[in-house]
Design a protein around this ligand. Structure first.
Ligand SMILES: [Zn+2]
Length: 893
């Protein structure tokens, strides 16, 4: 924004490759508004701020058979202006009594199901100052993972039932009436009545347990520190706990009986992470304990409830006998993410959901940073390259949104939990840290934590802290990436002037718009921190690109890589000179730069800026021993193209070509390796078997089936790292007998990871009768509701029975919605429809009224329609060109 800022950013020149800098000076991105620092009164939200809660004393008595929870609560409130009314949130609750100040007044209760509020009206106005509100209510225990829910799970001693909670963004109101917006922070003290053989876990350690007469007990928890309602947690069941000490904080693994020991890997890493984060954030984890709770079949992922993080069981537990060793990578990553939230999200909380990215972008970035610290051999940024690619792809569309976006209601808040919020946020923070410097950035974070602990903050508060700590202006750069949607495109080309070379850079907006839409998106402007370097450079030069720039760039013909190291959030379109020079140097690039170059190239194809053949030329130039991340990129593109080519006469030729490219990579690795999770070959082998099976490689199908047959006789004969891909390949090619064998493996296991594996493998069957059987299964109580959506999608995706699955969804919508929760029609269905790429199905989605009933559903529908249109466009435009290229470059079948 001013020359001082640019000065601070100016080149640290590498000895190997020196540039001068002439950047044009343009003003800050037009239309970007500066967000304000946190203020309680101006924080958006639905509830009036006339009264605020300060403390909740909650009593709950869940009945696991009747699936209800009787409750009462006493809420200390502070009335800020004289009022007759109190409005708070309640959803699906029956409130039988509301009284204030020890029964001095009783309120009339008006529930609004649509707004999810309870309005209490008192005969006499409440004076300003403290009051005490008492409520008696009853909640429902849900089958789906919102509010308080039950999870049934198989054990050696029959089926068991436990309960747990999932409240973000706004489902605490399904358990007890409360001010259910993140800005209303208060302390929570829970007392719960459960069967005597249950372990009950909440945010705080148990203070006291008292047996009751009827085989039950009352468990009392002390008050939490001040926190937002969505961070409340209660899990209870026949659970066990193992613990470790982390400098006075008790870290626990909580799992169903007999399973806690499988949490040993997570426990040991949690202890190390707590220490690392205490130091990084500069403020000590403030609770006396941190439990990591494995919910069998429970809900989708993991949730950062303060002091009691809940995990889908297979995201936390690790059994070397049944899990690939590499599963530890994902467990670590989820753990590091949720633990980072204990500070970023829990201690300092986003004021409103428009700033959700602050919680999620930061935690997503921190999980990778922590992995690089503890497990550098995993090369987490390089191997996780696709997270940014996903965000870049979505952010190039018309239906993208700024990572900081207005959130009108909770159905819209749900749509904000998407790859743009998480992955663009993650990528932007990484770019910003790189720009500010690692230590200066950390100092800014420490300042921010100290200033806002136990409170709320906005993005502006973070920028202020970082500017204060680094002395560099952050807001002008940050605003263009956080307050507007879209992807910067840097157009780079070299020209020769005698022996010398010059590099010109200019920026545009990168968009992917289906050609049939015949439209353009408004132009946008960014201050882009660009890095450039010769392919052989060890350190890049940095330029803050504010418009366009031209710089000297070594000798004529030298290959200059832009977005050096794949750290920046932008696309690069290389002119023909530079592109040719880089292609010649492909093998000499770092894997990071090669992944970035391939990713940008494919994006140019999708945007219609490059011919599809340009990508295939690059793939042909890759060596069979290239890095996993590079081949992973190719594998996933081939998989996507194969799905797009389904039902086309040319599909077999495409599959033959893709197999011929991938087989040398697989043949180098072979079927048997160390299986060690630190070894990237283990993961690459697994993904190649999986994809070559999808591509109907006869050798892979045959060998996978042979190994599976042995495995059925001798379960130890198959290495844990091969269990997933071999089961998948057998599933894809399954006849009735294989299908029954997969189902029987799923039914006989009590471990979530195994059940998920075998049910998914069965759902991959391409035979229509078997796919029909899988769909019918999703309506039974054999399956936990958490895996039902995934199975229906698997039938469409791997099983190729998308029409059958779509018919099934429409015919059973009510039953599925009752089972899967109210989000099913407007969240799952639009996503499911992106399995299609034709106008008829786009129209079917447009006509699907249940998806249109909420604001969030209309957002999801618009996104899905655009996905379908983009896929249709790619199919029409790129597939014929790819067919022609393959024909002209025959491979050995
Ligand atoms: Zn998160």
């Amino acid at each position: 924004m001013n020359d001082g800022s640019r000065g601070a950013w100016l080149p640290r020149l590498s000895a190997a490759f020196k540039f001068g800098l002439i950047a044009t000076c343009l003003s800050l991105a037009g239309g970007v508004r500066a967000e304000q620092a946190f203020s309680f009164d101006t924080t958006p939200g639905k509830l009036p701020k006339t009264a605020v809660p300060t403390h909740y004393a909650i009593e709950l008595a869940p009945d696991l058979q009747a699936l209800t929870a009787a409750g009462s609560e006493v809420i200390d409130i502070e009335v800020r202006e004289v009022t007759w009314h109190l409005q708070l949130n309640a959803a699906n609750l029956a409130i039988s009594e509301a009284a204030i100040d020890d029964g001095a007044q009783r309120a009339e209760i008006a529930l609004d199901a649509q707004a999810e509020t309870a309005t209490l009206t008192f005969p006499t106005a409440l004076a300003k100052g403290p009051h005490r509100l008492r409520l008696v209510f009853a909640a429902k225990i849900n089958a789906f993972g919102r509010g308080i829910f039950f999870a049934d799970y198989p054990t050696g001693a029959g089926s068991k039932r436990m309960i747990s909670t999932q409240l973000e963004p706004a489902d605490a109101r399904r358990i007890f009436p409360c001010w259910d917006e993140p800005v209303f922070k208060a302390t929570f003290a829970l007392t719960v009545t459960v069967p005597q053989n249950f372990l009950a876990v909440s945010n705080m350690p148990v203070a006291q347990e008292e047996p009751l007469a009827d085989g039950k007990k009352r468990v009392v928890f002390p008050p939490t520190p001040k926190m937002s309602s969505y961070l409340f947690v209660l899990s209870a069941g026949e659970l066990e706990r193992i613990t470790a000490d982390a400098n006075g904080v008790t870290v626990g693994i909580v799992a169903t009986s007999g399973n806690a020991e499988k949490g040993r890997f997570a426990l040991e890493n949690a202890v190390r992470l707590l220490d690392y984060y205490n130091d990084y954030f500069g403020s000590k984890y403030p609770l006396p304990k941190l439990d990591l709770i494995a919910v069998p079949g429970g809900f989708g992922g993991a949730m950062e409830n303060w002091g009691g993080i809940t995990f889908f069981e297979s995201r936390l537990l690790f059994d070397p006998a049944t899990s690939s060793d590499s599963a530890r990578r994902r467990i670590f990553s989820v753990l590091a993410h949720e633990m980072a939230h204990q500070w970023f999200g829990d201690l300092v909380t986003t004021a409103w959901w428009d700033n959700l990215w602050l919680n999620e972008g930061f935690a997503s970035w921190m999980q990778e940073k922590a992995a690089e610290h503890f497990y550098p051999q995993w090369e987490t940024w390089l191997n996780g390259y696709s997270q940014k690619q996903t965000a870049l792809a979505l952010d190039a569309r018309r239906t993208s949104h700024p990572i900081q976006q207005p959130v009108a209601d909770h159905s819209v808040a749900m749509t904000a939990f998407d790859p743009i919020t998480y992955n663009k946020g993650q990528a932007f923070i990484r770019m910003l840290e790189n720009y500010l410097g690692e230590n200066a950035f950390r100092d800014g974070i420490r300042t921010y934590m100290a200033a806002h602990a136990y409170g709320n903050a906005t993005t502006a508060d973070l920028w202020q802290a970082l500017e204060h700590a680094t002395g560099k202006p952050v807001a002008p750069i940050a605003a263009s990436f956080t307050e507007q949607e879209g992807v910067p495109l840097v157009i780079a080309e070299t020209t020769c002037d005698g022996d010398a070379q010059r590099l010109s850079l200019k920026q545009e907006r990168f968009t992917i718009i289906p050609s049939q839409a015949n439209a353009t998106l408004p132009s946008l402007h960014w201050q882009v921190p660009v890095t450039i370097g010769a392919v052989s450079a060890t350190e890049p030069q940095k330029i803050l690109l504010d418009g366009s720039a031209e710089v000297p760039a070594g000798k004529c013909g030298e290959a200059v890589k832009v977005n050096f190291g794949d750290i920046g959030y932008y696309r690069v379109d290389y002119g023909s000179n530079l592109r040719a020079a880089l292609t010649r140097q492909l093998a000499r690039m770092t894997p990071e730069d090669r992944v970035n170059f391939l990713g940008d190239d494919w994006a140019m194809v999708q945007a219609g800026r490059a011919a599809p053949s340009s990508y295939f030329v690059l793939v042909d130039a890759l060596g069979a021993s290239d890095h996993r991340a590079v081949w992973d990129q190719v594998v996933s593109n081939f998989g996507a193209l194969d799905r797009l080519a389904r039902e086309r006469a040319e599909q077999p030729a495409l599959e033959t070509y893709a197999r011929a490219r991938l087989r040398p990579v697989f043949d180098r690795l072979g079927w048997d390796g160390s299986g060690a999770g630190d070894d990237d070959d283990t993961l690459l082998r697994s993904s190649l078997i999986w994809t070559l099976g999808d591509l109907r490689d006869p050798d892979i199908l045959g060998e996978a089936r042979r190994r599976f047959a042995f495995f059925l006789k001798d379960p130890k004969s198959l290495a844990p790292s091969l269990l997933d891909p071999v089961s998948h390949v057998v599933g894809v090619s399954a006849g009735r007998e294989d299908y029954d064998a997969l189902l029987s493996l799923a039914r006989k296991s009590t471990a979530t990871n195994e059940r998920v594996r075998y049910y998914h493998a069965a759902a991959s069957a391409r035979d229509a009768a078997l796919a029909g059987d899988t769909l019918a299964l999703t309506l039974t109580h054999e399956l936990p509701s958490t895996i039902v959506n995934g199975l229906i999608n698997e039938v469409a995706l791997s099983g190729w029975q998308r029409e059958l699955a779509w018919d099934f969804i429409r015919s059973n919508l009510d039953a599925l919605t009752a089972r899967q929760g109210p989000d099913f029609p407007h969240e799952f269905v639009p996503n499911f429809m992106t399995n299609f790429s034709d106008e008829a199905h786009a129209d079917a989605l447009r006509q699907f009224a249940p998806a249109q009933q909420t604001l969030g559903g209309r957002v999801m529908t618009a996104r899905a329609l655009e996905s379908i249109a983009i896929a249709a466009d790619l199919k029409a435009r790129a597939l014929p060109a790819i067919d022609a290229w393959i024909k002209a470059h025959p491979v050995r079948p």
